[in-house]
Design a protein. Structure first.
Length: 118
């Protein structure tokens, strides 16, 4: 992945994005629960909108099988939707988890996805 971030800083920024929006707050809760599993002090963060497209990162992400753990896109009338998916990189001696966080999608625009690995 690209940029190391302290976990607490990442959560703080995610909470800022979620604001008082109920579905956004749910996403923050889901991410906090996932991170609590290993309680990392740092996460690696990748967001193609910020980091430009990195072919090696995109190729790495394509090798993973993501499983959806939260998806509000099917809730009628919710407006913007959010999706959280998780994958495990099992080829390492110390396996990593990779979480895909897709925020603020709508019927007219897909949600932008950022990734963390820990």
């Amino acid at each position: 992945m690209i940029e190391p971030l302290y976990t607490q800083r990442f959560i703080k920024e995610l909470k800022t994005q979620a604001k008082d929006y109920c579905d956004g707050q749910r996403v923050v809760g889901v991410i906090e629960e996932i991170l609590a599993f290993k309680d990392p002090t740092e996460v690696s963060w990748y967001f193609s909108e910020v980091h430009d497209t990195r072919d090696h990162v995109e190729e790495y992400l394509e090798t993973l099988t993501f499983h959806t753990v939260y998806d509000s896109s099917r809730i009628p009338g919710i407006g913007d939707y959010n999706i959280v998916s998780i994958a495990q990189d099992e080829e390492k001696c110390n396996p990593y988890f990779v979480v895909a966080i897709s925020l603020n999608g709508s019927r007219l625009a897909s949600a932008l996805t950022e990734y963390i690995r820990f």
